[in-house]
Design a protein around this ligand. Structure first.
Ligand SMILES: Cc1cc2nc3c(=O)[nH]c(=O)nc-3n(C[C@H](O)[C@H](O)[C@H](O)COP(=O)(O)OP(=O)(O)OC[C@H]3O[C@@H](n4cnc5c(N)ncnc54)[C@H](O)[C@@H]3O)c2cc1C
Length: 469
């Protein structure tokens, strides 16, 4: 197969980029399950931007830097924030109907934000964004979608990318003028996560194998309030619930933290405090059902009524602040290879992401290169054939190891002496190739890079927290 733009991933970043690229040439969008299987589809809270007269860019920049412990790349933060209003309006123009009041956008607040500045659709903002983007992509004559197509390995020679090997029913080569990694998150490396099952770190692993620079992998954000039940992935109770006044209570019924501090601080406080509950019983069932329909329904299914019950919550892996190093236009250090969305490290999040900045980042950066996109003539390379194995593998061992050694608090001695040797052994034992084996391999490759990054950062910073010994 041959195309101008090969996009791997169908979340907000891949779909948005596809709409731009389709104006310049033929687009092939591959995605490993159904088109809507993405973390974008899970996003609840909303998208942050400068959207009201009482807000300004300087304040959102400052809140982003403060949440990120000032480890952020300031130029990238400024760039994102200055393009934030236009990015939200692009979604509106494409057909996303954010909540409104008296004809104006209705805004909510989340942890770390000094203002109400988050545009939202109920508690299913991501689902609505995904629905509209998928609709627009499906309508476009220049875009071909291949579902159930697993990206296996980037095709590179020297420091240039020529496309990607994929698994459909067999291994096939797709040659492309430009290849775009929009493969999202890594949460499935850990035992407890809010991330969708697709989040096995494939894009980062492929990039590492191809020689891409990666950065800040130790900064893994734990969401403070996942529903404490045996559900996999863990069901998230959006920060917007605290934004609307929910309190965090310990087993004595006492408050122990300011609920709207940045996530790293709240997550650690919950972890330390023991059993913790969310209390939003000051709101009526009617109000809650209207504002948080999906959360209300899910909790009710598990026997909890938000208007009267205390909801048990626990931190869970939620977001990777680091990733493949890119510039403001999504370029990696490999020619013709781009990365957008959560797989990329633009530097905006620093050591801890500010709530609702990730949909914004994915959108703003995948908008930028659009004007410069060009078709090129890419030579076909001769590639060795890969035979598929029928073996299956359990990923539980990796998930338990990462949760234990790279969780909320980390002990560098144990990471060095136990975690790295164990994970290296697991990686070396994975032989053969198929989708299942490759996911496990990818998890181990990315896991090892995370462990090495933990060792390199000698002091606690943001969501990287070393055990006090
Ligand atoms: C529960 C939850 C709630 C969230 N709430 C918010 C929120 O309110 N606001 C906010 O800003 N952010 C939120 N986030 C974060 C945000 O949703 C993500 O950061 C963002 O959607 C990532 O978009 P993306 O395009 O980078 O990747 P994704 O949306 O994760 O899409 C990745 C795509 O890549 C595909 N893929 C992966 N590997 C392969 C492969 N090997 N081959 C082919 N395809 C592959 C997947 O199938 C998928 O289609 C939330 C995240 C979660 C999990």
């Amino acid at each position: 197969m041959q195309t101008n733009f090969l996009i791997i991933g169908s979340g907000i970043s891949g779909l948005n980029f596809a709409l731009h690229a389709a104006k310049k040439g033929k687009v092939l969008l591959v995605t490993k399950k159904k088109i809507i299987d993405s973390n974008t589809n899970f996003a609840q809270g909303g998208i942050a931007a400068v959207l009201s007269r009482t807000d300004n860019a300087k304040e959102l920049i400052n809140d982003t830097l403060k949440a990120g412990s000032f480890h952020n790349k300031k130029s990238a933060v400024k760039f994102m924030v200055h393009n934030s209003t236009a990015a939200v309006h692009r979604l509106i123009d494409l057909g996303v109907e954010f909540e409104k009041e008296n004809g104006k956008l209705k805004l909510t607040r989340e942890g770390g934000h000094g203002k109400r500045r988050i545009a939202y659709v109920g508690d299913y903002t991501g689902k609505e964004i995904e629905r509209i983007l998928v609709k627009r992509v499906k309508e476009h004559p220049n875009i071909t979608i291949l579902e159930n197509t697993f990206a296996l390995k980037l095709i590179t020679k020297g420091k240039t990318c020529y496309g990607c090997q994929v698994i459909t029913k067999k291994v096939e080569n797709i040659f492309a003028d430009q290849t775009i990694l929009a493969t999202g998150e890594i949460g499935q490396l850990f035992l407890h996560t809010t991330n969708a099952k697709i989040s096995t770190g494939d894009g980062i692993a492929m990039a590492i194998e191809a020689g891409c620079k990666v950065k800040d992998l130790e900064f893994i954000q734990f969401h403070p309030t996942a529903f404490k039940k045996n559900i996999f992935p863990k069901f998230l109770i959006s920060e917007a619930v605290r934004g609307e006044g929910a309190k965090l209570l310990n087993s004595k019924g006492e408050r122990f933290i300011d609920e709207l501090l940045p996530r790293d601080k709240v997550a650690r406080a919950i972890y330390k405090e023991g059993p913790v509950f969310l209390d939003i019983s000051h709101k009526s069932a009617k109000e809650l059902k209207k504002r948080f329909p999906r959360i209300y329904e899910t909790l009710e299914k598990h026997g909890y009524k938000m208007e009267k019950d205390l909801i048990p919550v626990t931190p869970a892996v939620h977001y990777l602040c680091g990733g493949i190093v890119t510039d403001l236009k999504g370029r990696t250090n490999i020619k013709n290879l781009f990365a957008f969305g959560e797989v990329a490290c633009t530097g905006v999040h620093g050591a801890n992401r500010l709530a609702s900045n990730s949909l914004l980042e994915a959108l703003v950066f995948s908008n930028q290169i659009a004007k410069e996109l060009r078709k090129q003539k890419t030579p076909k390379l001769k590639i060795n054939k890969t035979k598929l194995s029928t073996k299956k593998i359990s990923k539980k061992e990796i998930q338990k190891l990462m949760w234990h050694y790279a969780g909320i608090t980390r002990d560098p001695k144990l990471v060095k002496e136990e975690a790295i040797p164990k994970l290296t052994r697991i990686l070396n034992e994975i032989k053969g190739s198929n989708k299942d084996l490759q996911e496990a391999k990818n998890m181990a490759i990315v896991g090892l890079e995370i462990l090495k990054a933990i060792l390199k950062r000698k002091k606690s910073l943001g969501c990287h927290f070393l055990k006090k010994l």
